[in-house]
Design a protein around this ligand. Sequence first.
Ligand SMILES: Cc1ncc(COP(=O)(O)O)c(C=O)c1O
Length: 418
Amino acid sequence: MAKNKNLHFDSRVIHEALTPDQWQGATLPPIFQSASTQHKTAQSLSDTFAGKKKDHIYMRLTNPTNSVFENKICSLENGKGAVVMSSGMAAINNTCMALLRSGDEFISGNGLFMSTYLLFTGVFKKYNLNARIIDIKNEDEIKNSITDKTRFIYLETITNPGMDVPDIEKIAKIAHAHNLPLVVDNTLASPWLARPIELGADVVIHSTTKYLSGHGAATGGIVIDGGNFKWNRERFPDFKPFIERKGELALLDKIWREHHINFGTTQAPFHSYLAMIGIDTLSLRMERHMSNAIKVAQHLNAHKKVKWVHFPGLTDHNDHETARKIFGNKGFGGMIAFGLENETQCFSLIDNLEMIYHLANLGDCKTLIIHPWSSQYISFDPEVKKGLLITPDLLRLSVGIENVDDIINDLNLALEKI
Ligand SMILES: Cc1ncc(COP(=O)(O)O)c(C=O)c1O
């Protein structure tokens, strides 16, 4: 932990949770590459298992390298506790499973990452965990969807690939008025752009694979518990033992104890290490992603071959004002969805790009493009795809941190050839 508690966010990104004195002066933690840890006495291991002593036991449960990363992100998101996992999907699955019992319901926005949508509407259904997928920006729809079986509300800060920005503050108030927690997937914003717990959310999830790492070298996920939600309510009787054990961090304990360690969604310590190398440059990268994205969006918007552009930074975007409020005028994210005439033109544009990478990831330093209709969503029913705003003419661009003129030039040359 940095000695100066008053450091700005941009400095805390670099210094938070680092304890060189404990690592022989090294400024990054060692990679504890060992499946389990030795305890000198039988009492020590017994006390650790019983939770009387805080120590490491076996790497599926905890790992010292992972703990440093957990402390860092937890602090940056203003949370009270965090657990790192093997991927963003592991974090989403474990969090929702810990919140639900068979027969329960939850409410989710319809702007969802593809695998999250499949998890909520397919896999969960098998276990009688019932998602009500609604227009999360419609207050009446939220209120009308709440029943006595509802256990939480879920949304993405910036929806992927719709690029909508729901009003977290407003939705958190509705959730709390009904004694429900709000869970937010903050992957597309990163804590640099939005800190949902400060806006009233109770739980934050990230795929650390994206902006937090920035290099696209390692998958990872994390759950951060704000520690503010009161679980000792009639709606959550199954939380009792977790409240007794961990108090305000009852949910995090439930996620970790019931799901993470038993499902084995362990993060490799090397991946946490790589993410920590990446996060040092988060602020600089985000500034460049933001400033590049607005220029690219404006350029595409004015291009005669581009039919439409969805980017919250454009003044005609439905959520432009909400985005200004939620993001405190720092920017509008680095992701753009735009449309050409049809699928053939989209394929042609991708095939004619020279610098921009064509791959299924986002939040990388490199600019990345994908045609979601024919790739990630290829197995979806066409009507479902359209409901998710995935159309054959849509391209998703994750704007990187290269020189913006090179990004625009690459797009221009490819657009000329379609
Ligand atoms: C918004 C969002 N959440 C979660 C995920 C899943 O993350 P991971 O691929 O690390 O499992 C993704 C992946 O693209 C995403 O875009």
